[in-house]
Ligand binder design. Structure first.
Ligand SMILES: [Zn+2]
Ligand SMILES: [Zn+2]
Ligand SMILES: [Zn+2]
Ligand SMILES: [Zn+2]
Length: 281
């Protein structure tokens, strides 16, 4: 009987779906065994969900398992009903031993002390589907015309999997760059618009253009320069003689502080560029 065994979790991007009359054994704090016609969903991040006929919640699951292996006889469909495993061959035996001779398919997911095993007595169906993250649509990919979606701190294309990280507090605009990608609005002292692809229009360039030498160092009076040191910061031009430097906050300049530096309006409220300034209101 030809059997294919796959150890999953190698960065694949498919959701696998297996259905059948299965014995499902979850080992962890306690052992729980079930049997029924269920559907097993295996996600690319090694999350395994076992769904039965009821409710939204899986009857058994393991989230982002350390390892998942999946064996399936190649002629699983033909064997449906032709050869069933009598009773549960997992019940009452050593929990580490899973007898899968003749099983239509097995799934074995492990994560530390947690283990989830599924043994199919008959297979009702098997499929593998392409899967991406689902995010809010924000535009179209100029390379492949796929839809760009935003999910958390990134925009990715569901067609070609191109991915762009987003700076803090960025919003994606409808306006497009000449390269075809949407532009972003980012607040760094003022609202600045830059291309989603930061190698196309670096945020540093936009901040430099607007704020380089805009303010004087409160320690020595030299110009503050816009620099990239990890994040974007304003550093004294007299470095290394003067070490005055201030991280560029995510917000806009709304006022001047008595110390000569700008006051920013941030999500958390107003403050001087120098967060330790004692002359701010
Ligand atoms: Zn694309
Ligand atoms: Zn661009
Ligand atoms: Zn200085
Ligand atoms: Zn100040």
């Amino acid at each position: 009987m030809p059997v294919t065994t796959e150890v999953l979790g190698d960065g694949g991007d498919a959701i696998r779906v297996l259905s059948g009359d299965c014995t499902v054994v979850a080992d962890g704090d306690r052992r729980e065994e079930r049997r029924g016609h269920v559907t097993v969903v295996i996600k690319p991040d090694n999350t395994v969900l076992v769904h039965d006929a009821d409710g939204y919640q899986p009857v058994a699951w393991l989230t982002r398992a350390a390892s998942v292996s999946c064996s399936r006889s190649e002629d699983g469909r033909e064997r449906q009903g032709a050869r069933t495993i009598v009773g549960s061959r997992i019940a009452g035996t050593d929990p580490s031993a899973i007898e899968d001779d003749g099983a239509a398919f097995t799934v074995d997911a492990r994560d530390g002390d947690e283990r989830l095993r599924v043994l199919a007595h008959t297979e009702d169906g098997y499929a593998s589907y392409p899967a991406t993250r689902a995010g809010h649509p924000v535009g179209e990919c100029p390379d492949c015309e796929g839809t760009l979606v935003r999910s958390g701190r990134a925009v990715s294309c569901i067609g070609c999997a191109e991915r762009y990280g987003l700076p803090d507090g960025a919003t994606v605009r409808e306006e497009r760059c000449s390269c075809g990608l949407p532009r972003l609005r980012v607040e760094r002292g003022a609202p600045l618009d830059v291309c989603l692809d930061r190698s196309c229009e670096p945020l540093l360039d936009a901040v430099q253009k607007r704020f380089d030498r805009e303010w004087d160092c409160p320690d020595c009076g030299e110009d503050l320069r816009v620099l990239q040191r990890g994040g974007i910061l304003l550093g004294c031009d007299a470095f290394p003689d003067c070490e005055g430097s201030f991280g560029m906050p995510t917000g806009t300049v709304v006022d001047d502080c008595e110390c000569g530096l700008p006051i920013f309006e941030l999500a958390s409220g107003r403050r001087c560029l120098d967060s330790a300034c004692d002359r701010q209101e």
